[in-house]
Design a protein around this ligand. Sequence first.
Ligand code: PEP
Ligand code: MN
Length: 339
Amino acid sequence: MVIVMQAGASEEDLAAVLDRIGSLGLAPHVSRGEERTIVGLIGDERPVEDGTFEALPGVERVVRILHPAKLASRDFHPEDRVIELPGGARLGGQEICVMAGPCAVESAEQLREAAEAVRANGVKVLRGGAFKPRTSPYSFQGLGEKGLLLLREIADSLDMAVITEVVTPQDVPLVAEHADVLQIGARNMANYELLKSAGSAGKPVVLKRGLGSTVDELLQAAEYLLAHGNEHVALCERGIRTFETATRFTLDINAVPVLKQLTSLPVVIDPSHSTGHAPLVAPIARAGIAAGADGLLIEVHPNPAEALSDGAQSLDPAGFASLMDDVRRVAAAVGRSSA
Ligand code: PEP
Ligand code: MN
């Protein structure tokens, strides 16, 4: 951290800053220039709250050097992290990890058809929502525990891992009992009590970026999971809210290489929720892989026209098979592989 003093700052102002630094157990490095004095902090600045120095008289501005998300940072863990999942899937490895299935578990028949369709294309991770965070209280809210049991049973029969969303801290033990990967949705990215519970649940987590959250906020949310003992965390760019209305959200493609630079956690994209339109899912999936994403989260429904949620963005089995062909080609072009 560097503290830039105002041009007219007095010696008393500087002394107060140095005192404050000492009281935090850090050491100062003072550099007196012709117009400004700047003070560098020696030691770990990350626990220093924003505003600690800004409020002192004579301080012009404060520049942080280290990202507050220490455990999530690539500085802390330079090598790419890989999350091994039951059934042989690897999230973050050389192979693109595709997680696919319906938006919501609706029935045994619907889930089985979707699961068989994605499994037939090499997918090893079945997605499906049992607890659905819906914008309207009148929309289908998911089957709850029954949905979890269906996910487990059908995934086991196809030798697949299960990823499903958990929406409250109280549900974490139940979801962790049946799922292999906990999904924290965009609407809950900054639900810190949920992050703490998921951090200590002992299962990998895919953390989705909030629709109005910055990359920094996403990394700090991931830090909660890591700080609570969970090393198996992947990040998901699922589109942010912009002024554009042609698509449901705007996939921030920049976030993919930015996150890969800042962190060694696996990064996946969700082109289903970001676009909101099935015909746009494959082009954006291709772009995400070309930009360096480690995986995809894709909604697939045996009959999208009858889906209880997100039918417009769900691929049917034929559309999904064609997307997987694209994924294989783009993966190969960027030195990756795909099932
Ligand atoms: C989902 O993937 O099921 C979902 C609800 O997505 P998001 O949290 O990104 O809206
Ligand atoms: Mn959905």
